[in-house]
Design a protein around this ligand. Structure first.
Ligand code: DGY
Length: 320
């Protein structure tokens, strides 16, 4: 069986695939494949292991009819038309659970870094500007006892909430499509309307998937309802916030700061004004980027591929 992989993945995943008798071809250039190139590469492949934002739509699926399975190296699957994949009989899997803690850590890191303007000050020092440390200069915001608002309280949002509760005794409120009773019991989290989430959060962290309902839900209308002292964190998908509106909201001091691990587009242009703001931290989509987590993701994706190849149900199938 032939497997095409869109980016270089950890050795542990490759070893599993090879031990199962798969012939693996990896795209090793450090750039995204265009949709046409992806089709060209996958026409004669049996399985696709997709890492990154490759568009897997009805046209792709119809053209690459030989595919017997698609394994995503991510938990997010907004780049895949699952309904079309089901229609064409192609199982699709993702890598949930194994990246929960690493991604929640990234949100926690951003929240803390923004609250103390840490990245910006570190950059200033490198430019030779230590500043004059007056008692009124370099002031951040404390997190202790504040309110964490989670938009999308699933696995990652719950892990962040648990960390915030344990470290800063934060009060947890959340907004979901439907209430998460388990998290309510374990974390004492309170379900609130979107409006209340905006109004009451001191830190608002985004953990929902990108869908037509959530696209640009964090726009000027939303930022206007947030506290001027609040911090906006997004480690989910850049498409959930409107970047121009976020920039304007920060410039107008409608919110205190923002921490972004995801942008729209990615990569963010180096001249993006957000990169020069004291109260903004931007990371290059590294939510799950730890040695341990990426190994687990590669192993999980390989196990899903082997299941598809052996005509078994993929363990992490998204379209059963
Ligand atoms: C995920 O797993 O969805 C990460 O954001 C990587 O894309």
């Amino acid at each position: 069986m032939n497997v095409f992989i869109t980016r270089v993945i950890p050795q542990k995943g490759l070893e599993l695939l090879k031990a199962a008798g798969c012939t693996v071809k990896q795209h090793t250039e450090q750039r995204e494949l265009s949709p046409e190139e992806l089709i060209e590469q996958c026409r004669n492949q049996d399985v696709l292991l997709s890492s990154g934002p490759n568009v897997i739509d009805a046209h792709f699926l119809q053209t690459c009819r030989r595919l017997k399975g698609i394994a995503l190296l991510s938990v997010g699957h907004d780049n895949v038309d699952l309904e079309a994949a089901t229609r064409f009989g192609i199982p699709v899997s993702n890598t949930p659970d194994v990246l929960t803690q690493a991604t929640a850590d990234t949100a926690f890191l951003l929240m803390l870094a923004v609250s103390r303007n840490a990245f910006y000050m570190n950059e200033s020092i490198k430019r030779g500007d230590w500043g004059f440390n007056e008692p009124t200069a370099n002031l951040g915001r404390e997190l202790y006892g504040k309110t964490l608002g989670v938009f999308g309280l699933g696995r990652i949002g719950s892990d962040l909430a648990a960390k915030c509760k344990a470290v800063y005794q934060m009060d947890i409120i959340y907004h979901n499509r439907k209430p998460n009773k388990e998290a309510e019991q374990i974390l004492g989290a309170r379900y609130v309307s979107f409006e209340t989430l905006l109004q009451q959060s001191d830190v608002l962290s985004v953990h929902a998937g990108l869908s037509p309902e959530t696209k640009r839900i964090f726009n000027m209308a939303a930022f206007k309802r947030m506290k001027p002292s609040s911090i906006f964190v997004n480690t989910a998908r850049g498409g959930l916030h409107d970047e121009a509106d976020l920039t304007a909201a920060l410039q107008q001091q409608l919110i205190w700061g923002a921490g972004l691990d995801v942008t729209n587009p990615e990569p963010m242009a180096p001249d993006n004004p957000l990169l020069n703001m004291m109260n903004v931290c931007v990371l290059p989509h590294i939510g799950s980027a730890t040695v341990e987590t990426r190994d687990k993701m590669a192993i999980m994706a390989a196990e899903n591929i082997i299941a598809a190849v052996e005509k078994r149900k993929m363990p992490q199938i998204l379209n059963p």
